[in-house]
Design a protein around this ligand. Structure first.
Ligand SMILES: Cc1cc2nc3c(=O)[nH]c(=O)nc-3n(C[C@H](O)[C@H](O)[C@H](O)COP(=O)(O)O)c2cc1C
Length: 290
C-alpha cells in the first residue's frame, strides 16, 4: 500500500468509469492515489469483466489514466466471490474490495452490504475466499460502524484481525444513519485501537484531511462538491456528456447521469438557479446550463 493512500470513494452512479476517465485531471490534482469502483455484483453467472465498470479493461489494465483501480464487489456467496475475483485477478487487477457497508434496507435485509455485519460466519467465509484468491495484503473490506449500533463492527474485530487484509475502510456512520447525521469519530477511534489491520478513514472528509491513527483516507462527496467551483467545469461537463453519450443508449440515461452529478452543486450560489433549469431538462440542449 502507498504511504497514506488517498482513495477516491466508490459512489454508484457518480464515480463511475466514464467519470474517472473524464475527471482524471482533477482527480490527480486533488492527490488521489487510487480509486475504488462502485460495487459490482458477485453473483453466480455474472461476469465482472462484462460489467461497464471494467469492460474493455484489457486495454487499460488496473488503471484509469494512471490511477490505480480496485474493483469492489457486493455479495454473500463465497463461491461466486471466488469466481469473480479469479476473473479480475487473471485479467491483471492486483487488488479487490468487498462491500460490507451498503446501508439500503433491500440490500442489507438480504445479508449483503452492511447486512454482512450481522452474519459473521458468512463474512468470515468471504474474507477467507478474498484473502486466499487475491493473496496476502491484496484484499480489503469497506464497512459501516454497524447496522443499528456503532459498536457492531468493533465486536467483529477479533476475527477480522485474523485476516491478512490490505486495509479496512470504515465509514464512520451506522447503516441506519444512511448518509445523514454526524460521523461518530469516537467509535472510529475505538476500531483503530482494536485493529491489527490498517484502517482507512471515511465519511465527511476532504482530500487534505489527516485522521489520527488512520493508515489512509477515502473521500467521495467533498471532492464531487468541489468540482462545481472549478473554472473549467463547463469543458469537463461537455466531455462527460460526450463520454456518456458514447457509452449509453439514448439521451435519457445521459440526462440522468448528468443530473446526478449536478445535484451535488445545487446549494451553491453558482449553481442554484442553473440547477432549477437542469433538474427538469428533458433534452441535452435544455440540460446545458453551463
Ligand atoms: C450516491 C452514492 C453511491 C454510493 N455507492 C457506493 C458503492 O457502490 N460502494 C460503497 O462501498 N460505498 C458507496 N457509497 C458510500 C461512499 O463510498 C462513502 O462511503 C460515503 O459517501 C461517505 O464518504 P464521503 O462523505 O467522503 O462521501 C455511496 C455513496 C453515495 C452518496
Amino acid at each position: 500500500m502507498n504511504a497514506r493512500p488517498l482513495i477516491l470513494a466508490p459512489l454508484r452512479g457518480v464515480t463511475i468509469r466514464a467519470f474517472r476517465a473524464t475527471f482524471a485531471g482533477p482527480i490527480r490534482e486533488a492527490g488521489f492515489t487510487e480509486a475504488m469502483t462502485p460495487f459490482i455484483a458477485a453473483t453466480p453467472g455474472y461476469d465482472p469483466l462484462k460489467d461497464r465498470e471494467l469492460k474493455g479493461a484489457a486495454e487499460v489494465p488496473r488503471s484509469d489514466a494512471d490511477l490505480a483501480l480496485t474493483p469492489q464487489f457486493i455479495g454473500k456467496d463465497p463461491a461466486a466471490l471466488r469466481t469473480a475475483l479469479e476473473r479480475i485477478r487473471d485479467a491483471g487487477y492486483a487488488t479487490a474490495d468487498l462491500n460490507c457497508g451498503c446501508p439500503f434496507p433491500m440490500v442489507r435485509s438480504k445479508g449483503r452490504g452492511s447486512g454482512l455485519l450481522r452474519t459473521p460466519d458468512v463474512l468470515r467465509r468471504l474474507l477467507e475466499v478474498g484473502c486466499a484468491t487475491m493473496g496476502d495484503g491484496k484484499f480489503s473490506i469497506k464497512a459501516r460502524l454497524g447496522v443499528e449500533r456503532p459498536d457492531e463492527l468493533l465486536r467483529l474485530m477479533p476475527f477480522v484481525n485474523e485476516f491478512p487484509l490490505r486495509f479496512l475502510t470504515v465509514h464512520a456512520r451506522t447503516a441506519r444513519q444512511m448518509y445523514a447525521g454526524a460521523c461518530d469519530r469516537a467509535a472510529f477511534d475505538a476500531i483503530v485501537r482494536a485493529a491489527r489491520v490498517p484502517v482507512v478513514a471515511n465519511g465527511d472528509l476532504a482530500p487534505g484531511d489527516d485522521v489520527a491513527g488512520a493508515a489512509g483516507t477515502m473521500v467521495g462527496r467533498a471532492f464531487i462538491r468541489a468540482l462545481g467551483a472549478r473554472d473549467d467545469i463547463g469543458v469537463l461537463l461537455d466531455a462527460y456528456v460526450a463520454a456518456s453519450s458514447a457509452e449509453l443508449c439514448g439521451a435519457q440515461p445521459v440526462l440522468g447521469r448528468l443530473k446526478e452529478l449536478l445535484s451535488y452543486w445545487k446549494d451553491t450560489l453558482r449553481w442554484r438557479r442553473r440547477w432549477q433549469v437542469a433538474k427538469t431538462a428533458r433534452s441535452l440542449a435544455e440540460l446545458k446550463v453551463w
